[in-house]
Design a protein around this ligand. Structure first.
Ligand code: NAD
Length: 497
């Protein structure tokens, strides 16, 4: 059995918390690795070294930092298969999906290779006579990231490449369920030329997180995970005067209008609802069918495809959907299916027989006639369970999306430009797709939801990420050759002189 270690100051370190985490292969249910968690004391050490390295790292020019990102890019490409395998073995998603995830993380690294361009600032000559003004964005110091299990590579890469290329040092707290890929990515960062101690990677639970949230040397915290934990992290981190962005849970609706292309909509729903076993914060978990005819046709085309999903381990041939992450998660999803039946929704496809396999499998499930008062509609299930809600009009569909507590992603499938335009303008959700089921913004844009899907107001990566990990300084300067007027005691505008 492999025992993993944390990486602090470039060295492998054994954790000192009381907790020993088991890491599973979800397709067999067997423990494959272990790691002793990071204690508060271990986190203190990681933060201390990150703080010591901050001054020297922040003085490395952005072009030199970018060069390390170029090296890192090459190493990720060279090692993609190994990274993807580590993801699939611990998370359970298919190998192709894991490779796709590494690719999306890689795009953030590529964005960071142009960090000197992203940090370029404004300069205004002659804001007043002989006086110039310019802005600089400077790094904050030690930043920290707390990440979920469902994207072991991509979500960490939303954070540390941006923070580090902006000149910060970083403490990354990986999910205790899927740590191997994040640890390997940290090793590759060092191989790329990053000085030891600039990126420190630990694995732990609430004990480690609470130290991050209260340690006075940590200046900013990025969190991605569930809403209850994210809300706690936002409140606790803010209370300790940190900049916090917390990207949280979701219930993503896809509206299907009567004029939508049925085949395109069906394929989109299958991939977006059942890909990665529904364990994506941008998964479609509710289809709002406008008109009974639309709902009936969709169910007719979806049901056979859901029943024939090829479910298995990541390395089985032609596998389309893997297991969910844990026994606990499998049981939680099964209890939602029970409650959907009890509440009167119609279970059109029942995937529960897949639980007979070893591992944490659940087959694709499809509920029809779901109503907004049911918990399968209100709650994030985070599994391969799709609800169909029937409405009569587009206005009813829009109101449903807007009334839901979450606002991460949404999509509309239609051929009508007016309806699509009305939807994109009026929907209260952060990421919107038009005939695109999972509208995850690419690296140069920013990722983030609305309502209870995001706390702290700041989206992640792209220019929002650069702004989050830097602070603005504005310099106003005059040189001795400028106008001399003696001491001035009143406030002036640029027009005064
Ligand atoms: P989680 O909230 O259980 O865990 C996230 C992180 O917080 C982990 O590192 C975990 O160790 C830590 N944590 C867990 N409980 C804690 C506690 N009580 N105190 C302090 N820290 C704690 O989430 P998860 O199950 O790992 O991931 C799934 C969730 O993440 C889903 O809700 C999903 O929607 C969300 N997610 C959101 C986005 C987004 O961008 N909005 C992206 C990916 C995942």
């Amino acid at each position: 059995m492999t025992t993993l270690q944390h990486i602090i100051d470039g060295k492998n370190v054994t954790g000192t918390s009381e907790t020993l985490f088991d890491i599973y292969d979800p397709s067999t249910g067997k423990t494959t690795k272990k790691i002793k968690g990071a204690s508060a004391n271990d986190v203190q050490k990681a933060v201390k070294i990150a703080n010591e390295k901050f001054t020297s790292w922040s003085q490395v020019t952005p072009s030199k930092r970018a060069q390390i990102m170029f090296n890192y890019r090459d190493l990720i490409i060279k090692n993609t298969d190994e990274l993807a395998k580590l993801i699939s073995q611990e998370h359970g998603k298919t190998f192709a999906d894991a490779k796709g995830e590494v690719g999306r993380g890689l795009e953030i690294v590529e964005y960071c290779t142009a960090i000197n361009n992203h940090l370029k600032s404004d300069f205004t000559a002659d804001v007043s006579t002989g006086i110039d003004s310019h802005n600089v964005r400077q790094p904050l110091g030690v930043c920290a990231g707390i990440v979920p299990f469902n994207f072991p590579a991509m979500v960490p890469m939303w954070m540390y490449p941006v923070a580090i290329s902006c000149g910060n040092t970083f403490v990354l707290k990986l999910s205790e369920k899927v740590p191997s890929c994040g640890l390997r990515l940290t090793e590759l960062m060092q191989e790329a030329g990053l000085p030891a101690g600039v990126l420190n990677t630990i694995v732990g639970d609430k004990e480690a997180v609470d130290e991050i949230l209260t340690n006075p040397l940590v200046r900013a915290v990025s969190f991605v995970g569930s809403t209850p934990v994210g809300e706690y992290i936002y409140q606790e981190g803010s209370r300790h005067n940190k900049r916090v962005q917390a990207l949280c849970g979701a219930k993503n609706h896809m509206i299907v209008m009567p004029d939508a292309d049925l085949e395109q909509s069906t394929d989109a729903i299958i991939g977006a609802a059942y890909g990665s076993a529904g364990e994506r914060c941008m998964a479609i978990s509710v289809v709002v069918a406008v008109g009974d005819e639309t709902a009936d046709q969709l169910i007719e085309s979806l049901a056979p495809k859901i029943k024939s999903l090829n479910i298995g381990a990541y390395d089985e041939p032609n596998v389309e959907m893997g297991p969910v992450i844990s026994k606990e998660s499998q049981e939680k999803i099964l209890s939602y299916i029970e409650s959907g039946i009890d509440d009167g929704a119609e279970l059109k496809v029942d995937g529960r027989s897949a639980t007979e396999k070893d591992g944490f499998f659940i087959g694709g499930c499809l509920f029809d006639k779901v109503t907004p008062n049911m918990s399968i509609y209100t709650d994030e299930i985070f599994g391969p369970v799709l609800s169909i809600v029937r409405v009569s009009t587009y206005d009813e569909a829009l109101a449903l999306v807007n009334d839901h507590e979450y606002g991460n992603g949404t999509a509309i499938f239609t051929r009508d430009g007016d309806t699509a335009r009305h939807f994109t303008s009026n929907v209260k959700v952060g990421m919107v797709g038009v005939n695109i089921p999972i509208p995850v913004p690419v690296a140069m844009h920013s990722f983030g939801g609305w309502k209870r899907s995001l706390f702290g107001g700041s989206s992640i990566h792209g220019m929002e990420g650069v702004r989050f990990y830097t602070q603005l300084k504005t310099v106003t300067s005059r040189w001795p050759s400028g106008i001399r007027k003696g001491a001035q005691f009143h406030f002036k505008s640029g027009k005064d002189v």
